[in-house]
Design a protein around this ligand. Structure first.
Ligand code: PLP
Length: 377
């Protein structure tokens, strides 16, 4: 197999730290029992792995009670649990125009729920005052994408959090692209619900994600099934995480996610510095190519390492195929499951080519992409 240059970290972090792979292998071998479903040693071991993972995630996000974290397969599941568990017929929801389909489709699927899409500017940034202005008397939820998977733009969650608090409306933050790349403290930022991916910037395995739900948020179950608790009742338990965590949880994968979070914690400033440097190198190189248009902010401030671009006269899908086949460079083309964001930046026809950097990329990866793009031009 040819050496691949992986620049699709926004989809998932393909290269995982050694500690994550070793933890996953070790616990798959030694702790693959069903957590919370038996009194035997193996089940108890799996339960303590999950508890440890919840504690690690809670510490990382400034969450005081680890039991308020519900584990699930990915950010999509977390967002669905948060949105569908909160809103009811007759409610109004505020979302931004940078949302991923896992938010916009989930909200749009509700027939008797109205929603307002707050427009970001053409670089993908929201004005928090526009969020304030969109609030109605029946607004039951505000959902905001923290860092865009199309433009890399990072929203001012702190200000939006203050607005949500002023109106006493829950704020659900989609941290799929930010958790692990940008510091998040749920209390300081007034975040009521936080949906995060384990498999992206937190460097955990595929199939990991989670939802934090603050103590005062009255959330209803969305998935029904066994929890290993209150089994005599036909209703789901009312306490978290059980209320939202039906079915078997992959304890070895979450143990590995905890390793990933600890890795990110240990290397936090190094990760930020490296990703900033690589993003700057990429932006600078692309901006110097005449027939390339770069979307989002050309500057490094308030952005993550997600860079979208198009080449004059070239179809993004064709570019990504050539980069893959000829240069063995993995990038993504199209709408990146975020049509609203492409409407915002004016690329709804055909989308963009997206390169997204990660901690394990090297400057030479960026240079290889820039050279290949230059040839495509
Ligand atoms: C901003 C954003 N939200 C939600 C998702 C869905 O995340 P997941 O793939 O973990 O379901 C993604 C995926 O890329 C994303 O970029």
């Amino acid at each position: 197999m040819n050496h691949m240059i992986y620049l699709d970290n926004a989809a998932t972090s393909y290269h995982k730290p050694k500690c994550v792979l070793e933890t996953l292998a070790y616990h798959t071998r030694n702790s693959s029992a069903n957590a919370g479903r038996g009194g035997h040693d193996a089940s108890v071991r799996a339960s303590s792995l999950l508890m440890e993972a919840r504690e690690t995630a809670a510490d990382f996000f400034g969450i005081s009670d680890p039991l308020r974290i519900v584990f699930g397969q990915n950010t999509t599941m977390a967002l669905n649990l948060g949105i569908s568990g909160l809103i009811q017929d007759g409610d109004h929801v505020v979302i931004s125009s940078m949302e991923h389909n896992s938010v916009s489709r989930t909200v749009a699927a509700r027939e008797n729920v109205e929603y307002t899409v707050v427009m970001a500017n053409e670089q993908g940034y929201l004005n928090p005052f526009d969020v304030d202005r969109a609030i109605r008397t029946n607004t039951a939820l505000i959902v905001i994408n923290h860092a865009s998977n199309v433009t890399g733009s990072v929203q001012d969650i702190r200000s939006i959090g203050k607005i949500a608090e002023k109106h006493n409306i829950p704020l659900l933050v989609d941290a799929a692209q930010s958790a692990g790349c940008i510091p998040i403290d749920v209390e300081q930022m007034n975040i009521s619900l936080l949906a995060f991916a384990g498999h992206k910037c937190l460097m955990g395995p595929l199939g990991t994600g989670g939802l934090y739900v603050r103590e005062d948020i009255p959330i209803r179950p969305v998935l029904f099934g066994g929890t290993g608790s209150m089994s005599e009742s036909l209703s789901m338990p009312e306490f978290l995480p059980d209320a939202l965590e039906a079915g078997t949880v992959n304890a070895p994968a979450f143990a590995a996610l905890a390793s990933g979070i600890r890795f990110v914690e240990r290397h936090q400033s190094e990760i930020r510095q490296k990703e900033t440097y690589l993003t700057q190198r990429l932006l600078h190189g692309l901006l110097n190519l005449d027939s390339v248009t770069v979307y989002g902010s050309p500057l490094q401030q308030n952005r993550v390492g997600v860079v979208s671009f198009t080449i004059d006269g070239r179809d993004p899908a064709e570019c990504s195929n050539i980069l893959n086949q000829k240069n063995h460079i993995a990038v993504r083309a199209g709408l990146h499951c975020a049509a609203l964001a492409h409407q915002t930046i004016g690329t709804i026809q055909g989308g963009t080519v997206r390169a997204s950097v990660g901690f394990f990329n090297k400057p030479s990866d960026i240079d290889a992409l820039l050279l290949a793009v230059k040839h495509l031009c």
